[in-house]
Design a protein. Structure first.
Length: 329
């Protein structure tokens, strides 16, 4: 009797054998309990608990994790997808229906106590001991890193690594391969599309009507903005390093994530967040990623097929990011 509105939709799930199947879902709103109930073919998938918003998915990127989801420790079947752009759904008490709200949002994937605004964080072991852990870390320190940097990094990581968290598109919570998903209240980051007003592709736009141009522009922006999650991972990788004035930094085996890391290095240097004297190098054994990296404007590209003695590269770089995903890296 406390159920007030629901959405029915189809979504794709991954099975243990790695195949994708289409499933039918319903998400009910339980206003009395501040809860959402997700059903698959009339069978219960999960009760969300408090602190979630219903979101309609507009765009979802495909991550390497999605491709390997069946190899992870999470239960299957599971709807993948966590590089998501969507819109919040508002419930209309008069019509008993959900309607799209204004604005588009990026989705942060970790459903922790804090992101859901749940009071249980007071008894969560990590959150409860958070201040003590930070103070201990401040005392220990690290060679070459100031205490403030350590504390900031440590503090920022506490909430997203809450031991009780669920992960959108990996652990129980439906991912972006579904039309609708549930997202923690504080995990929705509104996108300001006005910052992208200069983004356009002249050659592709010339033959399109004004309405078609606008629609294409929005579609392209969805695709770009959905890369914010893996790009944030690249920024976190840079933040974890102490980068000095004349460091030579190399990324080995750049493909999807590695190319984003090279782009992050270039942009961070351009914005003076890392020293302008830092040298950026891409190392690969395939032409295409090196061509793309060169288009970014990095300093050097090394094709391993042209290196006679691989040992000649030893000690040539101060910081090396291995993005090969292989032991041979």
């Amino acid at each position: 009797q406390s159920m007030t509105g629901f959405v029915s939709f189809c979504g794709y799930e991954k099975l243990v054998n790695g195949s994708l199947v289409e499933s039918k879902f319903k998400i009910y709103r339980d206003k009395k309990e501040d809860n959402w109930i997700c059903m698959r073919d009339e069978n219960l998938v999960f009760n969300s608990g408090e602190g979630y918003e219903l979101v309609k998915v507009y765009c979802c990127g495909i991550c390497g994790t999605d491709c390997a989801l069946e190899k992870l420790r999470f239960r299957m079947p599971q709807s993948p997808g966590h590089e998501i752009v969507g819109r919040k759904m508002k419930f209309d008490e008069k019509t008993n229906l959900f309607e799209e709200s204004n604005g588009y949002y990026l989705v942060e994937i970790n459903a922790s106590h804090k992101s859901r605004r749940v009071d249980l964080c007071n008894i969560c072991k990590l959150c409860k001991n958070r201040r003590n852990l930070i103070n201990n870390e401040r005392e220990v320190g690290e060679e070459g890193v100031t205490s403030d940097v350590i504390v900031k990094n440590f503090e920022n990581e506490m909430d997203i690594h809450c031991p009780d968290r669920k992960t959108i598109g990996m652990d129980i919570l439906l991912g972006g391969f579904c039309e609708y998903i549930l997202v923690p209240i504080d995990n929705l980051i509104e996108i300001d599309f006005n910052r992208f007003t200069n983004f356009k592709k002249e050659n592709e736009m010339m033959l399109l009507s004004q309405q078609q141009q606008q629609q294409k522009l929005i579609t392209d922006l969805y695709s770009i903005v959905s890369l914010a999650e893996p790009y944030a991972a690249c920024l976190q990788a840079l933040k974890s390093q102490v980068i000095s004035k004349y460091d030579k930094i190399a990324v080995i085996g750049p493909r999807r994530l590695g190319l984003l890391l090279l782009l992050a290095l270039y942009i961070e240097r351009l914005n003076c967040n890392i020293p302008s004297s830092v040298q950026i190098t891409a190392i690969a054994r395939h032409s295409l990623p090196l061509e793309i990296a060169d288009d970014f404007g990095i300093d050097h590209c090394i094709d391993l097929r042209e290196i006679l003695d691989i040992n000649s590269l030893e000690n040539e770089h101060d910081i090396l990011f291995d993005t090969t995903g292989s032991e041979s890296g």
